[in-house]
Design a protein around this ligand. Sequence first.
Ligand code: NAD
Length: 356
Amino acid sequence: MRGFVHDQPAVRVVFGAGVFDRLPEEVERLGATRVLVIASPGRRSAADDLARRLGPAAAGVFAEAAVHVPIEVVRAACETARRLEADCCVTIGGGSTIGLGKAIALERALMIVAVPTTYSGSEMTPIHGVTAAGVKTTGRDPRVLPKVVMYDPTLTVSLPRGISGPSGMNAIAHSVEALYAPDANPIVSLCAAEGIRALARALPIVVEQPANLEARADALYGAWLSGAALGATSMGLHHKLCHALGGAFHLPHADVHTVILPHATSFNGSAAPGAMRVVADSLGASDAAQGLYVLAVRIGAPTSLKEIGMPADGLDRAARLATEQPYANPRPIEYAGVRRLLDDAYRGIRPTVTSS
Ligand code: NAD
């Protein structure tokens, strides 16, 4: 075995149906007394309910989280946190809400308790990002990692089929890229493989039986492990491409991941045969890229960039954006190959077989 470095983040995880009831205990355990509850506008009632449960420890609710964390929202949230003298924020929601919590934590050194209600995995990463003047700037900082993450599948029952499936594919993408990342290690690879296995098993059931708590719990478990894998490794072509597409063409985040993943996997396949074998085995498929495509079809998730609003005349620009900066990737990044990948993804064709 080659030598490696593994940084184990100190995040307390409280997992299981009904654990949300224990939120006040967890907040008290941290010594927090002025909690700011963060949510998106659509989850306002969940945030108000959470604040009621906290009783006197709740200082206020800020339910204006928005996708890609706009700087104006961060400023307003930080001002609210300052005015309320908050010492902790509890985020209830998906990656957008957790992203806002991270931005506040960075600015005001607040503790975070995350209650994730999608499968983005963001609660397990030190990756933060803010969008200013249309440009999203991301970074890594251990200070944005939640102190506590509470995974309660009962809170995800209301997550619609059209968000559940792509959100789970977003988490699978974290694991796929972690398996071939230059800074992967055996612990991360275990998390990634198990994350893919859990999500591949859970997602078809989640979309068919949204109230199935076993499957919802399995999906959260997979999201946790996949988020941890992403947090510990560098991102390759898949994430860079999704970042470029989402930023320049305002495509829905999880949908872009779902569409690109089989094609990015096919692109990298022959350059990372070991990782591809693990992905295929974890999916229970004979081929990694095709297995991912089949899973997306099975859960009724989008398979083409065209259907999620990508303009055909933007493909050249997207390929340029994804190839202008150098970054680590199993197969060297070059414009023509990435442009072909995008063309396949635009049309939503079944990817070619990747493994030998
Ligand atoms: P999201 O947070 O934008 O949520 C999508 C929608 O689902 C929202 O309308 C939200 O209100 C709704 N929703 C959430 N939970 C619900 C529930 N239980 N029931 C009903 N509706 C619910 O989407 P997302 O995919 O979770 O997150 C995407 C964002 O997260 C992007 O900005 C992405 O860049 C970021 N992200 C960051 C990381 C990281 O490590 N920093 C990782 C993955 C994603």
